[in-house]
Ligand binder design. Structure first.
Ligand code: GRF
Length: 192
């Protein structure tokens, strides 16, 4: 990954579909001096994503692409990313699968956070699977996005202990808190 030169931060887009707690956290991180990235664009596949409010709150450009016809959406998105000089993409709860062509265009420049200790539990419902299997640990992983779902090289991973009293939602909350530490740490690791 390219090294930082001077004070210029790497223009980054965050893709979301929902609450956007990771987005908010990455925005706050991006404002500190040691952050290698700035958040310049927020992309969502739905206007209902609560996280879009952070675009207004932090004065960041936002765009919605439905991805109903993902070909057309990705074409428009690519043009926008080029226009905005976006060099790095963080997926944060983005629920659409990007095409091979799109991922290849941004090869090694798209990362994602996943709420499990990959390679365990790719895809959805990670916390219920961990509880059902009586795992001792859950966790979260930041990884590069490749054409195979949740399978790219792991950048950082953190364990979270599952207690006997944990429900799916209490575990999800614990893991999310850990995600908020992990995502910035992974970004720093990439560019250092
Ligand atoms: C997180 O648990 C993330 O790991 C997963 O989707 C969730 C998004 O949460 N990919 P938020 O929208 O950032 O609050």
């Amino acid at each position: 990954m390219e090294k930082l030169t001077g004070l210029k931060k790497i223009k980054t887009a965050v893709f979301i579909s929902g609450t956007g707690s990771n987005l908010k956290n990455i925005i706050s991180f991006s404002k500190i001096k040691k952050s290698p990235i700035s958040i310049d664009l927020i992309i969502s596949n739905t206007s209902y994503a609560k996280g879009l409010m952070y675009a207004d709150q932090f004065n960041i450009k936002k765009r919605i692409f439905s991805f109903k016809n993902s070909n057309i959406s990705e074409k428009k998105l690519s043009i926008l990313l080029k226009k905005e000089k976006i060099k790095f993409i963080c997926l944060a709860g983005f629920m659409k699968i990007l095409s091979q062509g799109f991922i290849k265009k941004f090869d090694g420049k798209i990362i994602n956070i996943h709420p499990s200790l990959l390679p365990k539990y790719k895809g959805l419902n990670t916390h219920s699977k961990a509880i059902k299997n009586k795992d001792r640990f859950a966790g979260c992983t930041v990884h590069y996005v490749t054409t195979k779902l949740d399978s790219g090289k792991i950048i950082l991973q953190k364990k979270v202990k599952i207690s006997v009293n944990d429900s799916i939602s209490s575990l999800a909350k614990k893991v999310l808190r850990r995600e908020h530490k992990l995502y910035p740490a992974a970004i720093i690791k990439i560019f250092n």
